[in-house]
Design a protein around this ligand. Structure first.
Ligand code: HEC
Ligand code: HEC
Length: 357
């Protein structure tokens, strides 16, 4: 049994953690060591067993094993970095695995009923980035997310984790992510051409390296300096919200209760437009956070980037930021917001239930 002890700030978490500790003391459990990363279904489904084995060997060559994890983007890393990754793995197995799973597929034992679901890292897609839609995140984006958590979801804040642990666990997340990406590419190649030509394999590896390297240089910044976000800006923002298509998904009141926006995200789960009135912006409360959500969109979800559409009127983006922040803070100023449809959540919950073994 795993000991589940994230460094939590939330008040509610304390009894939950002590309860788990009690259970652990009672059953004399100890921390489990990961045995093996799991193969994806795509690999298991390949008809040729020899090809399956060849694929697994290539994965080991580039991503190592649980006992010796390796980063695709750091092929020449020495023993010190190896130890750093092993340390990251220990932190991961203590604080993240319950939700994100041993292989990083987001299928940890407690993930079942969460909405949104814990991130499946193996697709290389991350939501809250400072980079354009469709690109990888910067490492600093992941560090920031893990440090502050994702407000309004089950992802806790780990800001009390020592810097060394934080850096190491994020690098271990990158191991799982890049391994997932490579495995997927190899499985697709093996299925399509019934062989794994070393030349192509190297191309996939190079693509992964390039993707992550390019992201490091792709930080987006506001198209115009941040103005004072006053009531006038928020009023202009409301007009833009209604005229630029935001309300189509988020609803005129920003609650996301529209019938059109129910679909699946890139990980195959029900999604819906954020309830902007919840007071819990997932991607952060700072004006720059909201700006980047609007400019870049949110990877893996239907939330599009408006960088192109609003390029010629950059002030409109700030108006929208002012409006989103105003809507988000309404409850704090005592405004009562009536309950609305809960249908999309219902859909997500039922889907999770259907998946239970
Ligand atoms: C209690 C469950 C839980 C635990 C424990 C947990 N996470 Fe998460 N995590 C989540 C959920 C849920 C999401 C998805 C939130 C969303 O989609 O908005 C998430 C998302 C993430 C993301 C993706 C961020 C993005 O921009 O897409 C990263 C990275 C992450 N978690 C890292 C970690 C690390 C590292 C740990 C351990 C130190 C950890 N998580 C522990 C539930 C958890
Ligand atoms: C096609 C549907 C769609 C349109 C159009 C759309 N959004 Fe979104 N939006 C979403 C979805 C879905 C999410 C939630 C993504 C997630 O975190 O899973 C979201 C999330 C957001 C967030 C992040 C909230 C948070 O929790 O951090 C902001 C801010 C936002 N939208 C603002 C806007 C604005 C402003 C516009 C118009 C310029 C807009 N959206 C247009 C679907 C849409």
């Amino acid at each position: 049994m795993f000991i589940f002890m994230p460094v939590l700030r939330s008040r509610m978490a304390v009894p939950a953690v002590s309860l788990l500790l009690l259970v652990c003391v009672g059953s004399g459990c100890e921390r489990s060591v990961p045995v093996e990363w799991e193969s994806s279904e795509l690999v298991d489904a390949l008809p040729d067993e020899q090809l399956q084995q060849q694929l697994r060997d290539i994965l080991v060559q580039h991503c190592g094993t649980v006992a010796r994890p390796r980063l695709v983007t750091r092929p020449d890393a020495g023993i010190e970095f190896q130890q750093h990754l092993k340390h990251g793995q220990a932190v991961y197995m203590k604080r993240c695995v319950q939700c994100h799973g041993v292989t990083g597929d987001g299928n940890g034992p407690v993930a079942g009923h969460m909405y949104p679901r814990p991130r499946n890292y193996t697709k290389g897609i991350f939501k809250f980035t400072s980079t354009p839609y469709g690109t990888r995140p910067r490492r600093a984006d992941l560090i920031r997310t893990v440090r502050r958590g994702i407000t309004g979801t089950s992802m806790p804040s780990f800001d009390r984790l020592p810097e060394k642990d934080l850096e190491a666990v994020v690098d271990y997340v990158l191991v799982l992510t890049q391994r997932g990406e490579l495995e997927y590419q190899l499985a697709m190649e093996a299925e399509a051409s019934e062989e794994l030509d070393p030349e192509y394999v190297q191309e996939y590896v190079d693509d992964i390296v390039t993707g992550w390297q390019e992201a490091e240089l792709a930080t987006t910044w506001p198209l115009s300096p941040q103005p004072i976000l006053d009531a006038e800006r928020a009023r202009a923002g409301r007009q833009a919200f209604l005229s630029k298509g935001c309300s189509k998904c988020h609803g005129e009141d920003g609650r996301g209760h529209t019938k059109d926006n129910i679909g699946l995200d890139s990980w195959g789960f029900a999604t819906r437009a954020a309830d902007l009135t919840s007071g819990m912006l997932h991607g952060g409360q700072e004006p720059l956070d909201v700006y980047r959500r609007i400019l870049n969109g949110i990877n893996g979800t239907p939330m599009p980037g408006f960088g192109h559409a609003l390029q010629s009127e950059p002030e409109t983006i700030w108006d929208l930021v002012a409006y989103v922040l105003e809507v988000s803070n309404r409850r704090r100023f005592g405004e009562t917001i009536p309950a609305g449809l809960i249908k999309p959540y219902d859909t997500a919950a039922r889907q999770a239930e259907a998946e239970e073994p």
